[in-house]
Design a protein around this ligand. Sequence first.
Ligand code: URA
Length: 278
Amino acid sequence: MAAGLTGLLRWYAEMGVDIAVDDAPHDRFAESRASIGVRADMRGLAAAPPETIEISRRVMREPGTALPPEAIAASAWDQAAAAQSLGDLRERLSRFEGCGLKATATRLVFGDGNPSADVMFVGEAPGADEDREGVPFVGRAGQLLDKMLASIGLDRGKVYIANVVPWRPPGNRTPTPLETAACLPFTRRQIELVDPKILVCLGAASAQTLLGGKEGVMRMRGRWFAYPAGNTEIRALAMLHPAFLLRQPAHKKLAWQDLRMLAKEMNTYRPTPVGSCP
Ligand code: URA
């Protein structure tokens, strides 16, 4: 009996079921069958052009067909572009149905810190602690990130923190390229709205998604990139992810080199005083 229960728990953990969210079980399949009609009309298409809405409606009428990726992408870009503030963006993202991770996550983990910060950090995806609290980087990796920030005189009041994917992937797996791509319009708009002077990509998923290329983060770290933002470019740095540093503490020395690069750039950066332009 005990061995059976242990086996069941192990199987749950391997499948990514590592938190109990309620006392009583729910039949999620029955719930989603009942809500399919409602959800089909709530796929965040309010601001999409009429042709996009029509394509989506046509596809949604066919039983068993999913929304085509082009319609999801069009809807995501429209929704993100229409957001005029971080609160508005968060609201639109919470109604967006184009990323499957939303179905298994407990909460949307949008962002934390100072929305007017000069430095913005973007990680990969929430883990179990973040999923429970709805705040990015609050687990062990987050505690290490806080220490890394403190080592160069920063804290969450001085930086803004987000992820390339705002919902926890089951079992903390890496988000797939499709999941990251589905959320990308929202991540890009979030960066645009925060408008930082410096962008720091934590880990490979963030660096590859936002800075392009297929190089591993070991090759990307320690170098400055240009992140295109409207008519200008933001200085961007790739760094090792704190979760990786927890597993490979010997690499902390590389992270320290990158933090010093960041501190140096922050000290060199001088905002243009208001009214000084001719
Ligand atoms: N790892 C991330 O990339 N983001 C979080 O929010 C937590 C852990």
